[in-house]
Design a protein around this ligand. Structure first.
Ligand code: CTP
Ligand code: CA
Length: 231
């Protein structure tokens, strides 16, 4: 490789990345959603492809063109994302869950538009919990596959951001957790990011505030180090 050439350290690796935010329908026109822009997931896909990986991006409601050389599978709901991620994860070396997955969905979806003044005018929303795709991935993880999770945390009376993140790492059983401190509300929709990488062994690595491509490169550096050497 010449000067400035990018390491091709993901050549021959298959990676699956979820990005964006899932939407849960209330009726044919309304949904419950979240503010995830999909930018960090896009950056992860772009950087992985540039480093030689075969990349699939499972994209929930992201309005952006596919990164060069990346296959995009568009989904809307958590159930669609779940089905697509599990299907693509088969045979993958790395699965990264960067998507903001809705924790809850309405317990029923109206088949017709909910109207003001109608008999079905809602006064309350009943929610049920969605399956945890990340936990399912970890449970089904084939030998050698690395599973990466994201966590947006705020410090509170129960503990600081890292305390919450360590608890989440243990609960989810992932190989790496990318932790965002969202206390100041600085993350959503911004081009830059500042994260801490938490390894399964408890090591915390701070990645200083930088563009999402730089953060993505730091995440891949960490993941590549943990990949099994191939025959
Ligand atoms: N995640 C998932 N399925 C869900 C919820 C979350 O796969 N139903 C994944 C996210 O993609 C992310 C990680 O789990 O990689 C952590 O998401 P987060 O919302 O921080 O964790 P939760 O377990 O939902 O905890 P919290 O109550 O703090 O939201
Ligand atoms: Ca959540």
């Amino acid at each position: 490789a010449g000067p400035g050439a990018l390491a091709q350290d993901l050549t021959g690796r298959r990676v699956v990345i979820s990005a964006g935010g899932t939407r849960e329908a209330l009726d044919p026109v309304r949904f419950l959603g979240n503010r995830s822009s999909g930018r960090q997931g896009w950056a992860l896909a772009r950087v992985a492809a540039a480093r030689g990986a075969d990349v699939v991006l499972v994209a929930a409601n992201v309005d952006a063109p596919a990164p060069f050389g990346v296959r995009v599978v568009a989904v809307e709901s958590t159930e669609q994302l779940r089905t697509a991620v599990h299907a693509e994860a088969t045979g993958a070396d790395v699965v990264v869950m960067a998507a903001a997955v809705a924790d809850f969905r309405p317990d029923s979806v109206a088949g017709t538009k909910l109207k003001k003044g109608g008999a079905a005018e809602p006064s309350e929303l009943r929610l049920v919990r969605n399956p945890d795709v990340l936990v399912e991935l970890v449970a089904a993880r084939p030998a050698g596959q690395r599973v990466v999770g994201f966590a947006a945390e705020t410090g509170d009376a129960e503990g600081d951001v890292l305390t919450h993140a360590r608890a989440k790492l243990a609960r989810k059983g992932v190989d790496l957790l990318v932790v965002n401190d969202v206390s100041a509300g600085r993350v959503f929709g911004r081009p830059d990011n500042e994260v801490t990488l938490l390894d399964a062994d408890g090591t915390a690595t701070a990645v200083p505030a930088a563009g999402k491509d730089v953060v993505a490169a730091a995440i891949w550096d960490r993941v590549v180090g943990g990949l099994p050497v191939r025959a």
